[in-house]
Each structure stands twice: as C-alpha cells, then as structure tokens.
Write a protein that binds this ligand. Structure first.
Ligand SMILES: Cc1cc2nc3c(=O)[nH]c(=O)nc-3n(C[C@H](O)[C@H](O)[C@H](O)COP(=O)(O)O)c2cc1C
Length: 537
C-alpha cells in the first residue's frame, strides 16, 4: 500500500465500510438530524465580504451533440482554445453552469426539495462546492475563486496564479492548463441530517460532479484529469477551507483539448507541511450555522484518517483493464445499434437540463422501453474517465425488468455491451432489496443499474482514502448513466436504501468484498403535479 500513517490505520475505514453499507439502518437510527432546524446550513455557500466577478449572464443553450462528445469528436466550441490560451469567460461560465450550476426550482404540491442543480444530490443538500484557480493572462484576473451558483458569479478568495502550487500538491505537472477546478465537500450540509452516514453521500456526489465536469469540459474543447490524490491540507489552506469541516475531494486541471497530456505528468516530491509554509492562511467568512460536529463524529474521524501528507505516499495508477471477452454479448443486432451515433442525437446542454431523478416519489409509467434506450444508457457508462489512478474501480451490472427486445434478467456491462448473467428471481424486487420507507415503485422501473467496486482492493491499494475514492470513482459513471438516461427520455433515480447482501445475491456476485456503491433505477416519468421552473443565467 502507498499511503501516509493516518491513512494506513485502515481499521477506521474498515469500520466505516461496514457501518455505511452493511449496517446502514442501525447507523442512521443511531443519530439523525432534522430538516428545518437552526443547524441546517443554507443550500448555497455565501461569502460575506469578498470581491465578486459576475460571469457572462448568457450561458449557451446548446453545447453540441452528446454523441459527438462521447465519441471524442465534439462539435467545434464557440471559443476554441489553443495551447497556452487562457479560458474565455464564456467558456468558464458554461463549464461552471452546466458542470454544477443551479438549474431548476420545483414549485407545486409535492415540491419536496425545491432547489436543483445539474447533478443530483441526496435531498438536494449539495455538500459539494466548486472552486476555480485561474492562471490569468486573459479577461479574468489570476486567482482562486469560489463558484457562487445562486448568482452565477465568481467570488475572489486569493489573488495570483496558484496553478503551480496546486500541481505540486497533486504531485503532477499542470503546465498549459487553462484553469484548475477544485471540488470540495462541506460535510455538514449533508451531515446535519444524515450524521455519521453523510460521508458516503458526500463522496458519491463529489464523484458525480467530477464526472459531469469532464463531460461538459469535453464539449467546450477542454480536456481534464481527475486527481483523487493530493496533499489535502495544502489545497484546503489555499482555498481557505474551515479545517476539518470542508475538505478538498478532487483537483481537475483543464487543458485546451489538443494540449492535454495523455497521462498525469510526474513532478518532484512535496509534503503538505512544505507547501503550507509557502502561503499565508486565508480567513474568508461565510454564512454558517451553529453545529455540533460530534453528532457526525465517525464521518470526521474517517476524513481525518484519509489525509495524504507526502506525495511519496501516492498510489501509482493501475494498468488499463483487460479488453472485453469477445463473443458473449447480446450483439449489435440485439441490444445495440441505437442509431444515435450519427452526430444528430440530443444536445448535451438540453440533455443536462432534462436530467431528472423522477420526483420525490419516483413512480414511472411502467410501459416497456426499447432495447436501444437501454443500450444508450449503458454503452458509454464506463468510458475511460482520465484519473490519476488509471482504470475505473467499478463495474456496471444491470437488472432488466421491462425492456422490449431484452429478456428480463441480470446482466453485466462488458466493453459497453450487456452480457447476460442470470435470471430474475420470483416475486417483487423491492420486497427483497429495499429497506427504509418506499421512495419509488420498483415494479414499474424498467431497469436498475448497479456500480460495484471491491472494498478490499480499494483499502489495500489506497488505505482509508480508498473509501472516499471508491465512492467518487463510481460517481463519474453514475453521472454518465443519469445523463445518458435523460438522452433516452428516462429519469434516473439514485437510491441508497438497498441491502448490500441481497443486491449481491441478486446480481450473482459471490465475493464478500464486492460492494454495490450506487443503485440507479431507470424509468419514464409519469406527469408530475409540480412546475419545474428552469433557472438559466
Ligand atoms: C448519492 C445519492 C443518493 C441518493 N439516495 C436517495 C435515496 O436513498 N432515496 C431517494 O429517494 N432519493 C435518493 N437520491 C435522489 C435525490 O434525492 C435526488 O437526486 C434529488 O432530489 C435531486 O433531484 P434531481 O436530480 O431531479 O434534481 C439520491 C441521490 C444521490 C446523488
């Protein structure tokens, strides 16, 4: 294993894996907060006294065909970048808005949680925060900024070009990057309600946001790498995060597409202490609430034990996955051949705005969808998403219920194709899989996708941080599934209230260390009684 000492004390992660995947109901009962109380944080982080830069209030309505983005041949962006060019404010505005912007307000009788973004979030709590480091040289001054979704603006936190500092913290070279995005998790935004359990949700969501940023960046002529490993305390200090409460989760250098390095470029070694000594602390007050962090002590404990202090402790990337076994898929004539690969399919911006988790209670209409729709969702789910760890940690399994042309059953996705793995058991799935109050009609969902990772492998390879990374690394394909579902006219509902042993049994997975990280149900929405007011800047 390659990790620092606290990160090596893997008993912390072992206990947390167990509690949050195998003993979830007990953990949630041990401590639960309430919505609407004084310790519920605002949904949007609001700095109190920092200078602000309004982004162009004219996000594009189109980003080009999703299929071309997936094929690695996006339509030419409106503001193309060459190597060394600073990113144009229009490009950054589109990236931030479509990557993780405020996109919808639900009004009406069953509005549930009213404020939605372009990425799903459990109960719309949005613990993920998005920061941007700009090298300067263009229309926007060099600096470290927070993205204020509510006003589609940048809040200046620290002037100057800190790209090289971030690169050193990530143990990589970021030369030629037009910008660096940094994702953090402000844990209490979810922990005020979910307490100890919240770290699981925070990691899942941060991974979904990273995956979405990569998709949007590609449409804008930018290529990004996701770094899961960096010297946490150095990056946290650069952003002025409240120590222990908000933590950096990912660092994403964004390059003009034709200047992006094929793989992470190595850099000289660094330590968190050495980097921290290079910059003064930053105190940037924001609107906050009174809170008792001990109510979510296990979250903060794992977070503390997942920190990396020296780049020498970073794990090397894994070799690429073996190519799929030929000859066992359902074949192009059966599930594939969706006719969308011609560059005339749905636009990415339109698709992102249409992405939906299906409402407070997800009750799909239940009529069958076509094989091409399912193919559209799964074919690109595991497309390589460049990270500092190489091959993805998760596999995709699919339970098919009502899909014309695809017999009901259990499937695994291999090389973008569905491969049959077994039959559906007798009886209703929800009676076998779910715990907690019903949040969707499982009998009417057309298919359910599971992202499955190996917990022992994550811990052996990455220490305690393996928990965080496994959740995030599953988040990127999970977001693709949600977006691709929208392109097929389907809602995609992530739901965490499932029993891990029963899902494993359903999928025919015998390994005890295999953990379903995400469950995403797909279905066509019934007409909703509420009005979903689009928010566009
Ligand atoms: C990681 C994650 C876990 C979720 N778990 C549940 C769940 O257990 N039950 C549920 O009803 N919804 C769950 N959701 C769905 C969210 O509540 C939903 O995405 C949110 O209301 C936003 O809706 P929208 O995607 O339509 O904007 C989850 C979402 C995410 C991202």
């Amino acid at each position: 294993m390659h990790a620092s000492m606290g990160n090596l004390d893997v008993a912390v992660a072992d206990g947390y894996w167990h509690s949050t995947f195998f003993d979830t109901a007990a953990l949630l009962m041990e401590s639960a907060g309430a919505e609407g109380g004084p310790d519920e944080p605002p949904k949007f982080k609001r700095y109190l006294d920092r200078p602000r830069l309004a982004l162009p209030q004219q996000v594009p309505l189109r980003l080009g065909p999703l299929d071309r983005v997936l094929a690695g041949d996006p339509a030419p962006p409106p503001a193309p970048l060459r190597a060394g060019d600073p990113a144009h404010p229009d490009t950054l505005g589109a990236l931030l808005y479509y990557g993780y912007g405020f996109s919808r307000q639900d009004v009406g009788p069953t509005a549930g949680w009213p404020y939605h973004r372009l990425v799903p979030s459990a109960r719309c709590f949005y613990p993920t925060e998005l920061y941007l480091c700009l090298p300067g040289g263009g229309d926007l001054p060099a600096g470290v900024y927070h993205y204020d979704q509510l006003h589609h603006a940048l809040v200046e936190l620290r002037p100057g070009d800190h790209t090289e500092f971030l690169a050193a913290a990530a143990g990589a070279g970021f030369d030629g990057a037009a910008a660096v995005a940094v994702l953090t998790s402000h844990f209490w935004k979810t922990a005020f309600r979910y307490r100890h359990y919240a770290y699981r949700l925070c990691t899942q969501e941060a991974g979904m946001v990273a995956g979405n940023l990569l998709l949007v960046a590609a449409a804008l002529g930018l290529a990004a790498h996701t770094h899961y490993q960096f010297l946490d305390e150095a990056v946290d200090r650069l952003l002025g995060l409240t120590p222990g409460e908000e933590r950096t989760m990912a660092v994403l250098p964004l390059y003009p597409a034709d200047a992006a390095p094929a793989a992470v470029r190595p850099a000289p070694g660094a330590t968190a202490a050495g980097l921290c000594a290079r910059i003064p602390p930053l105190h940037a007050p924001y609107e906050d609430v009174p809170k008792d962090l001990s109510a979510a002590a296990r979250l903060y404990d794992l977070d503390r034990h997942s920190v990396l202090e020296d780049t020498a402790g970073f794990a090397p990337p894994r070799p690429p996955a073996a190519p799929p076994t030929p000859g066992h898929g359902l074949g192009n004539g059966h599930v594939n051949g969706n006719g969308h690969g011609n560059g005339h399919g749905p636009d990415l911006a339109v698709t992102l705005r249409e992405r939906n988790s299906g409402g407070t209670l997800f009750r799909p209409v239940g009529t069958p969808i076509g094989a091409a729709d399912l193919d559209r969702v799964v074919r690109h789910a595991l497309d390589p998403s460049p990270t500092d760890l190489g091959a993805p940690l998760s596999a995709v399994h699919v339970v098919v219920q009502h899909v014309t042309g695809v017999p009901a059953g259990i499937y695994r996705v291999d090389g973008g194709e569905l491969r049959r793995a077994g039959d559906l058991p007798e009886g209703r799935l929800d009676r076998q899989l779910a715990f907690g109050p019903p949040v969707m009609d499982m009998t009417a969902v057309n298919a359910v996708c599971y992202l499955v990772a190996d917990r022992d492998e994550a811990t052996r390879w990455l220490g305690n941080r393996g928990y965080r990374i496994a959740g995030m690394d599953a988040g990127a394909p999970a977001q693709r599934i949600c977006v691709l579902a929208a392109a097929a006219g389907l809602a995609a509902r992530p739901v965490n209230s499932y029993s891990v042993p029963q899902v494993r049994e359903l999928l025919g997975i015998e390994r005890d260390s295999a953990v379903p990280m995400f469950q995403i149900a797909l279905g066509r929405r019934s007409p909703s009684p509420q009005y979903e007011l689009p928010i566009l800047f």
